[in-house]
Each structure stands twice: as structure tokens, then as C-alpha cells.
Design a protein around this ligand. Sequence first.
Ligand code: SF4
Length: 157
Amino acid sequence: MARALYIHWPFCLAKCPYCDFNSHVRDSVDHAAWETALLADLRHEAELAGGEQLDSIFFGGGTPSLMPPALVARLLNEAEQLWGFAPGIEITLEGNPSSVEAANYTDLAAAGVNRASLGLQALDDQTLRFLGRLHDASEGLKAVETAQNVFDRSRST
Ligand code: SF4
């Protein structure tokens, strides 16, 4: 039975030209509707694959660091009730290292996230522009530093 849970958040601020992930740019996102749908999906998955405590949860995307922290907290609370959390569970959230998103890190950590996976991609501004990234190298490094201070475990890619 499942010991790992993946939650997908398919929205980004911009579409990077190299990206073939399930990610979309929208002017607005109906967070309440997404909360209802994601909670229903969690309950369905727990019926199919319940019975063991989770030792890993991964929020991927898209850009889940854009998720409202209250929504992340709600999903984690539901997952804990449905499966239970194993001691030392790793709860990772993918994000882009922009200052806008870094401002959310503290609240995401308070919601239960303990690990960030940041798409830094490069430390060269020209390369980052070529890749269509919205952050520059300096902003990216600051976001990594913030993540290292806020989350128990972090890595950059
Ligand atoms: S931020 Fe990530 S998921 Fe979003 S478009 Fe860029 S590469 Fe794709």
C-alpha cells in the first residue's frame, strides 16, 4: 500500500519555453474549487491505497510554492487523518526561487512543509533569461538562503 503521496498543482506565473510538464498560466485560480477537488481525490486515493502511514509527501507542479499556505495545511491535515504520518516524514514542496514565492516559505513551513525543491536551473542571468525564468541569479540565491533557513531540509536543482 502507499507510503508516498504526490499532489500536483498545475499553475505557474509564466510558461518556460522548455517545459512539457502539466503546467498552465491563468489570470486567476479558484482555490476553493481546487481545495474541494484535491480533498476528494485524497479520500479516493486513501480508499484505493490506505492502510500504511505515509513517509513522504511531494507537492509538484506547476509551481506549488504559489499555493496558498492555508490550502497546503488543509491538504496535509487531511492526509494525516487518512493515512497517518510516519515519524520523520519528509514533506517536500517544489518551487521557483523568486522573491514573491520566498515570501511564502515561512507560512508554508508553518503549514507542515519541511523540504523545498527549488528550480534554480542556472546561476547566470543570460542563461536564466534564455530559459524564460522570471528570477535572476541573485534573487535565486537569496531564495535558496531563505529556504535553508526556513525548511528543515532543502535542495536546489
Ligand atoms: S516554472 Fe516549472 S512547471 Fe512552470 S513552466 Fe517553468 S519549468 Fe514548467
